[in-house]
Design a binder for this molecule. Structure first.
Ligand code: AMP
Ligand code: MG
Length: 404
């Protein structure tokens, strides 16, 4: 009697429990994109660190403009100019104005800026056509963040916005978990390189290209290994050779339910550190996960059919890449949408059907076979059909995973 298949959730939980985040290291800001913070980033100084003008205009005492109008402007002598980057000490005498530029320090004694648009733009004498309130066009020190305030929390991914925050708070480097290094390796005697002629019986290897690209899309750095033939003696050495350069290994093929050419299964089973599991899903029922080598590098053995490999990657490998970075932000977004046509699904397995999501409608694609790469190429979403359902009618509301 064979064991009941695992649920998708159970398989994913087992994987995440086994993943240890990569050790943190310091990287220069220029290299930090895609890394995940392993420390909080706090403001070294208040942001901004000094009161400054948010507009080009005149620094004034607001009270000196109270009665100004187009017809009867306040007239203030202009006593100098402060540009962005001027580092002197400036002081405004009441009853006068200082020309000021965006980002320039406010002079002591001034409490507002009159935008140049509300004046005659005079060099010696500013005619002020509208009164300003105290604080007008002034960006106060600490108005964005106070010194010591936490700006970025541990676990957040360094995207362009977060890199700006780290730079603005004076950081040259940040402590992060780096992008995991993923190596992808396809197995199969039938596989040849795209670009070489095809002999009947052969196919071009698509999985290793697809999965390396998917790993990069998930924030990893990824490399594909050249195709490994169905030779049990060759598989393990090929994998072991990668251990020094990989934080995660992905193989495809060679793990079907019982074929004698299932070389990946044969080679890894002996190690005793990789578990082969049936997962109650379609496509992608045969899954394998474990660790390999002294460094216990996580390894996924994905099924060979390209659609199975792709769906398995998105459901299981993607969250594992996040976990290696100590993050949990890579789950595919899920939305609710209405089926434009009925769908079928095997009983007891959760189906992930290739589909086109458009607004709140989702259209299943024809060609749901797990080898049917053409339909995968048209898909932007996966319709989820729960385990208990064998068919769902047109008009039914379903859960849909949005593909990255
Ligand atoms: P396997 O899991 O090795 O039994 O392979 C299942 C199916 O997927 C077979 O039809 C293989 O030819 C196909 N397949 C396996 N690996 C790849 C690959 N790298 N690229 C495209 N198709 C593949
Ligand atoms: Mg094979």
């Amino acid at each position: 009697m064979s064991e009941a298949p695992a649920t998708v959730e159970a398989h994913k939980s087992a994987i995440l429990r086994a993943i240890t985040p990569l050790p943190p290291l310091d990287v220069e800001l220029a290299d930090a994109e895609g890394c995940v913070l392993a420390e909080d980033v706090t403001a070294a100084v208040s942001l901004p660190s000094f009161d400054n003008s948010s507009m080009d205009g005149y620094a004034v005492l607001a009270a000196d403009t109270t009665l100004s109008s187009e017809r009867s402007p306040a007239i203030l002598p202009v006593k100098g100019e402060i540009a962005a980057g001027d580092t002197g000490i400036f002081r405004l005498t009441p009853g006068t104005a200082i020309r000021i530029m965006t980002g320039a320090q406010m002079p002591a004694g001034a409490d507002a800026v009159v935008p140049v648009e509300w004046t005659n733009a005079g060099v010696d004498r500013a005619e002020i056509y509208r009164p300003v309130e105290p604080g007008n066009a002034v960006r106060y020190a600490g108005g964005d963040a106070k010194a010591g305030e936490t700006l970025l929390e541990k676990g957040i991914r360094m995207r362009p916005m977060q890199i700006a925050v780290a730079a603005s708070s004076g950081r040259k480097a940040v402590r992060v978990r780096p992008r995991p290094r993923v190596v992808v390796l396809s197995t199969g005697n039938e596989l040849t390189e795209p670009g070489t002629p095809l002999v009947p019986g052969q196919i071009w290897d698509s999985n290793s290209y697809m999965l390396a690209a998917a790993a990069r899309e998930a924030g990893a750095t990824a490399r594909r290994h050249s195709v490994v033939p169905d030779d049990p003696a060759g598989v393990l050495p090929a994998l072991e050779e990668q251990l020094d350069h990989a934080d995660l290994l992905v193989t495809t093929g060679g793990v079907s339910m019982g074929g004698e050419h299932d070389v990946v299964k044969a080679a890894l089973r002996e190690l005793g550190t990789v578990t082969f599991t049936k997962v109650a899903m379609q496509p992608g029922m045969p899954q394998g996960f474990g660790t390999i080598g002294e460094a216990q590098v996580p390894i996924f053995t994905l099924p060979g059919n390209p659609v199975s490999a792709y769906v398995s990657f998105q459901l299981f490998v993607r969250p594992a890449i996040a976990a290696l970075q100590g993050a949990s932000d890579l789950a595919l977004p899920s939305v609710r949408a209405t089926l434009t046509a009925g769908v079928r699904s095997p009983e007891g397995r959760r189906s992930y059907l290739r589909a086109v999501l458009s607004g709140d409608k989702v259209a299943p694609l024809s060609g749901q076979g797990s080898h049917q790469i053409a339909a995968l190429g048209r898909a932007n979403a996966l319709i989820i059909v729960p385990e208990r359902e064998t068919q769902l009618p047109q008009g039914q509301t379903v859960d849909v995973l949005v593909l990255p």
